[in-house]
Design a binder for this molecule. Structure first.
Ligand code: UD1
Length: 442
């Protein structure tokens, strides 16, 4: 297995470049399945999740062409030829690797009026149900049953009717999945309490480019007039907003006072106003200029409490990284997650590095920068965003930090150690024997 070995205390210098958005790339790839022909999508990040989803799509008989090169700064292009789709299934061995594979439910129903998709398994941070996805398909007229761990859905007569669905709570994944199915339904669909994340909006824009009739993207209520068929297109994915937020936090933590660190290829408005305002409140100067973000290093960081919420609120995917930032602040703060109320697997690991953290319900109490600095240790990745928070912590902890099980990190951060090395951080990837590693419970 791979681990990252980080020498703490290094200064960030130069530039980090933001890759294409993971959470947008996956629904864009699912959208390509709707069209009879070859769809081309630019700015696809080089990530394990993209490779996994390519395999999910290939099972259906579609051809996926994706051959990333080794240069982390060149955007990659994927082509998906969905002309020969014939197998309307997403099998367990692939879906269990990545929940977003469940998007095939909407994509296959939308394309062919039938789908057999494995239920996603458990998740590293508590139960993440798919009940809204299934209710949404039923609301559009699908007949759905569960059998042997699979969801089997069919549109009577081969095509969905359309219908009305209210999502409670707001769900990014369910909004996307139901849209995939609704665009080719016979009639109108009205979707209420929809997610307004940029991932959903950019995905909806690709559907529109393919011929879908959609109103209300980015608002609470989305209305779809079904069309007979979708056309293949060429489309460009947006930059990854979570990667941008992570790099801004890295820059606040590791840029020497008075020096400026640059992040390029960004789309800052996708962060949402809440994150940006909270970031400014820390007293860390930040400037936005087109697709460039400049962060200036400071002597001291002000404590700022946050609470996650659906967009335009503070993204839950940045909560673990914010917790690390607050361990270096001048006083105590709280980090509350209202979207995933028990997403705190990183906390015990950060405590191993000496962070002053205490979980109470859906809130982490962060003590701030104490008398004793954090110091390196062996820690374990448990999920994607938890992993990157451990890398950030390793950058500020004194001495060496070994972050084990970095396969979680590889799911969502494009060649992170290469990018950080070039920005001055001493971090290397090494293989280790899991059976004998320190920090791994038997
Ligand atoms: C997506 C993101 C993930 C992010 C999350 C919230 C992708 C691939 N993943 O996940 O990185 O952390 O949005 O911004 O884009 N819920 C239900 N029933 C459902 C579906 C969801 O109750 O059928 C609940 C969830 O338990 C959670 C809330 O809705 O409390 C929001 O989850 P959701 O937006 O669906 O997250 P994902 O789409 O899985």
């Amino acid at each position: 297995m791979d681990k990252l070995v980080i020498q703490g205390g290094g200064a960030l210098q130069g530039t980090l470049h933001v890759g294409g958005s993971k959470n947008t790339a996956l629904p864009l790839m699912a959208a390509a399945v709707l069209a009879d022909g070859v769809t081309t999508i630019h700015n696809i990040p080089v990530l394990k999740d993209v490779a996994t989803f390519s395999n999910v799509i290939r099972v259906t008989g579609c051809t996926v062409d994706w051959a990333p090169d080794d240069d982390p700064d060149t955007p990659e292009t994927i082509t998906i030829d969905a002309s020969n789709i014939h197998h309307f299934e997403a099998p367990y061995d692939l879906v269990k690797q990545m929940r977003a594979s469940f998007y095939m439910l909407g994509a296959l129903l939308g394309r062919g009026g039938k789908a057999r998709v494995s239920l996603p398994g458990g998740c590293a941070w508590g139960p993440r149900p798919v009940d809204l996805h299934i209710k949404g398909m039923e609301a559009l007229g699908a007949r759905v049953r569960e059998e042997g761990g699979y969801v089997i859905a069919e549109a009577p007569g081969g095509r969905l009717d359309g219908g009305r669905m209210r999502f409670e709570p707001v769900s990014v994944g369910a909004t996307i999945n139901v849209l995939l199915a609704a665009v080719t339904a016979r009639g109108e669909s009205v979707l209420e309490n929809c997610a307004a994340e940029p991932d959903v909006v950019v995905f909806g824009e690709m559907l529109q480019a393919m011929g879908a009739q959609i109103d209300g993207l980015g608002t609470d209520t989305i209305t779809v007039q079904g069309v007979e068929k979708m056309s293949p297109v060429t489309f460009t994915n947006c930059p990854d907003r979570i990667e941008l937020g992570t790099y801004m936090i890295a820059a606040a933590l590791a840029t020497p006072p008075g020096e400026t660190f640059r992040i390029t290829g960004a789309q800052p408005e996708h962060l949402g106003p809440d994150f940006t305002e909270r970031f400014r409140e820390t007293g860390v100067p930040v400037r936005f200029d087109g697709d460039v973000v400049e962060v200036e290093g400071v002597e001291s960081i002000r404590p700022v409490s946050i609470e996650t919420a659906p967009f335009p609120g503070f993204a839950t995917d940045l909560q673990a990284q914010w917790t690390v930032l607050m361990t270096q602040a001048d006083g105590p703060s709280t980090v509350r997650d209202t979207v995933y109320t028990d997403r705190f697997k990183h906390v015990p690991e950060l405590r191993r590095l000496g962070a002053d953290l205490r979980v109470e319900g859906d809130t982490v109490h962060v003590g701030g920068k104490g008398e004793r600095p954090m110091s390196g240790a062996t820690v374990m990745s448990t999920d994607l965003r938890a992993s990157v928070s451990l890398v950030l912590a390793g950058m500020v902890a004194q001495g060496e930090t070994d972050v084990l099980r970095v396969y979680h990190l590889d799911r969502g951060y494009e060649r992170l150690e290469g990018k950080l090395q070039r920005a001055g951080i001493d971090v290397v990837r090494e293989t280790y024997d899991e059976a004998h590693a320190e920090g791994v419970a038997a």
